[in-house]
Design a protein around this ligand. Structure first.
Ligand code: PRP
Ligand code: URA
Length: 209
């Protein structure tokens, strides 16, 4: 069974509130998405395994914990998930990076795949799957399906804002994965946008409004 963690941290809430403001411009938006991803990554990676390694400090020899050679991959859901990659990479710089391209049909809100390239031996890796928005849950569910089809079962999905509908759908479709949410919003509107949300995350990160 995976776990669902609503981070509920004042720093994360504060930064998400800045993103919500329609007057926040592209440059600031991008920077803050990276900062939130780093804060969320810090929490999501708290159960990484360590092993004791012998080092000699200037004072004495000691057995000290270091990350054990667990392979990591960051697989953003394009486009908006790309904005979170550098923040996570700052914590685990040697992680490999894959990409899953999905766009939501404007009428049906169903996700459509247009790209999937994952690092080699993905089945042996812990996959961090970032996407700022979990709305209906369709995109995240399909992305997890794609990763599982390649034999990987160790997956942590990370989003800045979730709608209750999307969180329920994802945790029911994939009860085995861990889900990290920066802020749980009220609901979806008639266009399947998160309310209050922050609008279209991809457009705001890339300035394509
Ligand atoms: C957004 C967002 C998620 C998806 C969430 O992407 O980044 O991937 O919508 O919606 P869902 O939970 O209802 O599937 P979008 O499809 O707008 O593509 P973009 O990132 O290229 O803008
Ligand atoms: N995708 C977004 O970028 N924002 C929403 O509110 C819903 C889906």
């Amino acid at each position: 069974m995976g776990k669902t963690v609503i981070l509920d941290h004042p720093l994360i809430k504060h930064k998400i509130s800045i993103l919500r403001d329609e007057n926040t411009g592209t440059k600031e938006f991008r920077l803050i998405v990276e900062e939130i991803a780093m804060l969320m990554g810090y929490e999501a990676l708290r159960d990484l395994p360590t092993e004791l390694v012998r080092v000699k400090t200037p004072v004495a020899e000691a057995e000290v914990p270091m990350l054990s050679g667990r392979k990591l991959a960051i697989v953003p859901i394009l486009r908006a998930g790309l904005g979170m990659v550098n923040g996570i990479l700052a914590l685990v710089p040697s992680a490999k990076i894959g990409h899953i391209g999905l766009y939501r049909d404007e009428v049906t809100h169903e996700p459509h795949e247009y790209f999937c390239k994952l690092p080699e031996s993905i089945n042996e890796r812990l996959v961090i799957l970032p996407d700022p928005m979990l709305a209906t849950g369709g995109s995240a569910i399909q992305a997890v399906d794609l990763i599982k089809q390649k034999g990987c079962s160790n997956i942590k999905f990370m989003c800045m804002i979730a709608a209750p509908e999307g969180l329920k759908a994802l945790s029911e479709a994939h009860p085995d994965i861990d889900i990290y949410v920066g802020c749980l919003d009220e609901r979806l509107n008639e266009n399947a946008y998160i309310v209050p949300g922050l609008g279209d995350a991809g457009d705001r990160i890339f300035g394509t409004l």
